[in-house]
Design a protein around this ligand. Sequence first.
Ligand code: ZN
Length: 66
Amino acid sequence: MKVSLKRPCPRCHSDEVFRSHRRGAMEKYVLRLVGMRPYRCVNCDARFYGLSSVTEQPTPPHLKAA
Ligand SMILES: [Zn+2]
């Protein structure tokens, strides 16, 4: 099962957001560099950026079952 990576809107805190298309080559390039994606809020129409993926925390070796 995949956890939803939706991030809440920074303006209205709604989680009704969806990934927005990147606008233009410059944004595409810059966002890729910083590892972020544009999102748009359905509720208030705010456009904002969020990390494109949440890095999974590797299980520390001492917590692994032997
Ligand atoms: Zn919003």
